[in-house]
Design a protein around this ligand. Structure first.
Ligand code: ZN
Ligand code: ZN
Length: 353
């Protein structure tokens, strides 16, 4: 998968090979799902270098590759790459630290190392049918788990208990770990966009924000539902309504060719006009796939346009310090005529009795 796309990058950047370090790109290109490895993609072959922990797994998963055992990290990689006599080698700039890069440069003396950034972030942007099947699988697992956990929400339930239960249910339904540290934030804590679940007891009248995702064959889901326990106040309803409208306006715009900044502006503009502009401090969305946060960004500074096959989130929010917050997040896929919402839980305000 992706072999042709990366070879286009080889020709475009005039390098004879590209060294890949991130586990997501290695998985995308070879099928190897281990957490550490090094991949050299050349014109004719792919050389996957792994240490002793992963050699059997690599042989089973990465069938199209030449697989070799590498010891001593970058030093070992250089020992395998040097004899190939390559003059120009690209490397995944976002996948390596400065310290390791310097080591690589020392070990590969005489080889021109070309940093490659955007192309390697972008080439996973448009999803294949097979990838979409995995993403839908992840959505399905996460949503079933969330619906069953929501039934246990009552006055006195603690945030961290709910988060733990949600993680347990997702894993039981088949999730490979969790997509990210799950967020359950209630009452005033829901104003923290990336809150850690705390032992706070949830009480009647609290907003409860759940941001959750599971992982299926390496692909992630990402969704946020904000509910109210007991009875919603006028202001809670009003804030929810504004976020919901911002979310809907953004989604209505999604179709091939539209600038991602326009989608962001639709959500942001609506929240601003309603008087809550200063309380929406993050981007409207991000790509989701093998990584939970990946290209493209749906934000103010985005330079990109929506293309058929892209999968990204739409997740506006309003966070009022000391009061609480609302975020509504769905995953959408760009289709020929618009988009399909991949997440299926209704985003009408849910009041849990
Ligand atoms: Zn999320
Ligand atoms: Zn997200």
């Amino acid at each position: 998968m992706g072999g042709e796309r990366i070879r286009e990058v080889l020709y475009k950047r005039g390098v004879e090979g590209i060294l890949i370090f991130s586990s997501e790109n290695i998985r995308y290109l070879t099928g190897f799902s281990g957490s550490e490895g090094f991949l050299l993609v050349g014109e004719g072959e792919e050389l996957l270098m792994v240490d002793g922990r992963y050699i059997t797994q690599a042989q089973e998963e990465a069938r199209g590759c030449r697989i070799t055992l590498v010891e001593k990290g970058i030093k070992g990689v250089a020992a395998h790459v040097s004899p190939l006599g390559l003059k120009h080698v690209g490397f995944e700039a976002a996948g390596i630290s400065v310290a390791l890069f310097e080591q690589l440069r020392e070990e590969l003396e005489g080889v021109e190392l070309v940093p490659i950034k955007e192309e390697l972030e972008r080439f996973r942007g448009k999803k294949t049918t097979e990838e979409l099947t995995s993403i839908r699988g992840a959505v399905d697992i996460a949503e079933r788990a969330w619906e069953s956990v929501l039934e246990t929400l009552k006055p006195g339930t603690r945030e961290n208990e709910l988060a733990l239960e949600l993680e347990y249910k997702m894993k039981k339904e088949g999730s490979e770990g969790v997509a990210f540290d799950l967020i359950v934030a209630s009452g005033p804590r829901s104003a923290l966009p990336h809150a850690q679940p705390a032992p706070r007891s949830i009480e009647e009248g609290d907003l409860v924000l759940f941001d959750f995702g599971s992982c299926c064959r390496g692909y992630n889901s990402d969704e946020t539902c904000t509910v109210v326990l007991g009875r919603a106040t006028k202001e809670q309803k009003r804030v929810y309504q504004v976020v919901r409208e911002a979310h809907d306006k953004a989604i209505e715009l999604v179709r091939p060719g539209v600038m991602l900044t326009e989608i962001d502006a639709a959500a942001r503009g609506h929240i601003h006009e309603a008087g809550y502009g200063e309380h929406f401090g993050h981007g409207t969305g991000h790509g989701v796939g093998l990584a939970v946060h990946e290209w493209p960004v749906v934000g103010k500074d985005s330079q990109d346009v929506a293309e058929e096959g892209m999968v990204f989130t739409i997740e506006p929010g309003i966070y009022i310090p000391g009061w609480g917050g609302v975020r509504i997040e769905d995953m959408v896929m760009v289709t020929v005529g618009g988009c399909e919402i991949l997440t299926t839980i209704s985003k009408d305000l849910m009041i849990v009795k």
